[in-house]
Design a protein around this ligand. Structure first.
Ligand code: EPU
Length: 436
C-alpha cells in the first residue's frame, strides 16, 4: 500500500506566548445573523464577521434561498453584504446544509417568511447526537405541521402563517431558541417562549431581529415575548457581530498553559464570567480592563473541577481547551460534560500526547495534571478539539501534527497568523498519515 498523506496543523513546542490578539466576531452569532437576514427584503450589512470557512457556506445557502451575497475582505475581519429578495425560496438542500450545523437555523426564517421550510438534515461536528425535536415541537405549538423524513424535515404553516403560543422549551437549546424566536417574529399574535437559551449570541440575534422591525422583549432572560409583526425589512444600519467568547477563551488558555502573557482585545469580559471564574480557581492570573482580558504568568496552577452547562454556565465549546489547562495543573482535576454526548472523545487524542486522563461513565473526565506532554500525530474531530490539540502542542515537547485542520478553519479566524505573532512555532504542512 502507498503512503497516505493529508493536511496537518503542525506545532513545535514548547513555547511561551506573549502579545495581543484581536478577537473576531463570534462564529455562532455571525452564522445565525446571515440566516436571519432572510427575515426581510433589502440590503443588510454585517461587520466584524470572522474569516472562517463556515461563513462562506452560510452565505452560499442564503444566496441559494433568495439573496445576492458578497464577502468583503478586511484586514482582520470581513463584511458580509446581503441583498435579500422580495420573494425567497423554502428549500435548504443537502449539499448546502451538510457542511454546517448552523444551516438548521434558516428553518425559523423560512417558515416565518414563506410559510414552509424543507431542510435537509444537518451535518456538522461529530460530538454526539444532535436532535431537533425541540425545534419541531415549538413549531407545532405555533400551529405548524411537520413531516419528519429520513433525510429531510418539512415544516408547513397552514394558511401560510404561524400563530402565537405559550411554549416552554424542554431544554434551553441554542438552536431551538433561535428558530422559534424567528418563527414567532412574523406569526399572528404574541408568542411567549419559556426556558430559552441565554447565550450572548442569542442576545445579538434578538437585537438584529428588532433592528429589522421585529418586536421581541426579554433577550438574555429565561423568557422571550415576541409580538408578531406583519413584515420585517433589512436593518437600516450595519450590524456589528459581537466578539467571539470561545475564541477569546481559547487564547486565554494558550497564555495560561505556556506561562505566557497574552491580552485578548475586542471581547466583552462579561461573556466569559464563568470560565474566568474557573480559571482563577485554577490559579490563573487574569486582569480585566474594558473590552480586554490579560492572562499573566502563574507558577501555581492547581487542580480544579468544572462542568459544562448552558450559558451562563461554563461553555461546552471551551471544554476541550480546559482539559489541556487541567493537564498543566498540579493534582487531579475533574471535568463533567453536560451538553454534548460524546465530546470527551478528544481524550483519546490527548492520550497520544501523554495526557493522563480517565473517562468515567459517559461524561466525566478525571485528569492527572503535572505530567509532561510530548508531540504526536493526532486527529481533530471537531472545531474545539482541533484548537485544543494545537494548544496541547504548544506545551508538548517536540512536533505535534494535528490532522484534519479544516475543522479548525471552520471556527478560528487567522489562527496560524495569531499564534505565530504570539511566538508559537506553527505551520500548515502536508504530512504522512501514520495510522487510519
Ligand atoms: N438537543 C436535543 N434536541 C433538540 C435540541 C438540542 O437533544 O431539539 C441537544 C443536542 O443534541 C445537544 C444539546 O441539546 O446535545 C445542546 O444543543 P443546542 O441546541 O443548545 O446547541 P446547538 O444549537 O446545536 C450551538 C453551537 C455549538 C455549541 C452549542 C451549545 C452553533 C452553530 N453551534 O449548537 O457550537 O456548542 O450551541 O452552546 O451555534 C462550536 O461552535 O464548536 C459548537 C459546537
Amino acid at each position: 500500500m502507498g503512503k497516505r498523506i493529508g493536511d496537518a496543523f503542525v506545532v513545535n513546542g514548547p513555547r511561551t506566548l506573549h502579545g495581543t490578539v484581536t478577537i473576531s466576531g463570534a462564529k455562532n452569532s455571525a452564522l445565525k445573523l446571515i440566516g436571519a437576514a432572510l427575515m426581510g427584503a433589502g440590503r443588510t450589512t454585517l461587520i466584524n464577521v470572522p474569516k472562517i470557512t463556515d461563513i462562506a457556506h452560510m452565505v452560499n445557502l442564503v444566496t441559494h434561498i433568495g439573496a445576492t451575497g458578497e464577502i468583503e475582505s478586511g484586514p482582520i475581519t470581513d463584511t458580509v453584504v446581503l441583498d435579500v429578495h422580495e420573494v425567497i425560496g423554502s428549500d435548504a438542500p443537502a449539499e448546502l446544509v451538510k457542511p454546517i450545523r448552523a444551516s438548521i437555523s434558516v428553518m425559523g426564517a423560512l417558515v416565518a417568511r414563506t410559510g414552509r421550510a424543507r431542510i435537509a438534515m444537518p451535518g456538522g461536528d461529530k460530538i454526539g447526537k444532535r436532535g431537533i425535536e425541540i425545534h419541531l415541537d415549538g413549531m407545532k405549538a405555533m400551529g405548524a405541521t411537520v413531516e419528519d423524513g429520513d433525510d429531510f424535515v418539512e415544516i408547513t404553516a397552514p394558511g401560510g402563517r404561524l400563530h402565537g403560543a405559550d411554549y416552554t422549551l424542554e431544554y434551553a437549546s441554542v438552536g431551538a431558541t433561535e428558530n422559534l424566536v424567528m418563527a414567532a417574529c412574523l406569526a399572528e399574535g404574541t408568542t411567549i417562549l419559556r426556558n430559552v437559551a441565554r447565550e450572548p449570541e442569542i442576545i445579538d440575534l434578538v437585537t438584529f431581529l428588532n433592528e429589522m422591525g421585529a418586536n421581541i422583549d426579554g433577550a438574555g432572560d429565561e423568557t422571550l415575548t415576541v409580538t408578531g409583526v406583519e413584515r420585517m425589512e433589512a436593518a437600516q444600519e450595519p450590524h456589528a457581530v459581537i466578539g467571539d467568547r470561545i475564541e477569546a477563551g481559547t487564547y486565554l488558555v494558550a497564555g495560561a498553559i505556556t506561562g505566557g502573557d497574552i491580552t485578548v482585545e475586542g471581547i466583552n469580559p462579561a461573556y466569559l464570567h464563568r470560565p474566568l471564574q474557573d480559571m482563577r480557581g485554577a490559579g490563573v492570573e487574569l486582569r480585566v480592563t474594558g473590552n480586554a482580558i490579560r492572562v499573566l504568568p502563574s507558577d501555581h496552577l492547581r487542580a480544579h473541577e468544572t462542568r459544562t452547562l448552558p450559558y451562563p454556565g461554563f461553555a461546552t465549546d471551551l471544554q476541550s481547551q480546559h482539559i489541556v489547562l487541567m493537564s498543566q495543573c498540579y493534582g487531579t482535576s475533574r471535568l463533567t460534560e453536560n451538553v454534548f454526548e460524546t465530546r470527551l472523545g478528544v481524550i483519546d487524542e490527548f492520550a497520544k500526547m501523554g495526557l493522563k486522563a480517565e473517562v468515567i461513565g459517559k461524561n466525566q473526565a478525571i485528569i492527572e495534571g503535572g505530567n509532561p506532554l510530548h508531540g504526536a500525530q493526532v486527529k481533530a474531530n471537531d472545531i474545539r478539539a482541533g484548537a485544543a490539540l494545537v494548544l496541547a502542542g504548544l506545551v508538548a515537547h517536540g512536533r505535534t501534527e494535528v490532522l484534519y485542520p479544516h475543522h479548525i478553519d471552520r471556527g478560528y479566524a487567522n489562527f496560524q497568523e495569531n499564534l505565530t505573532r504570539l511566538g508559537a512555532d506553527v505551520s500548515r504542512e502536508v504530512v504522512e498519515i501514520l495510522d487510519e
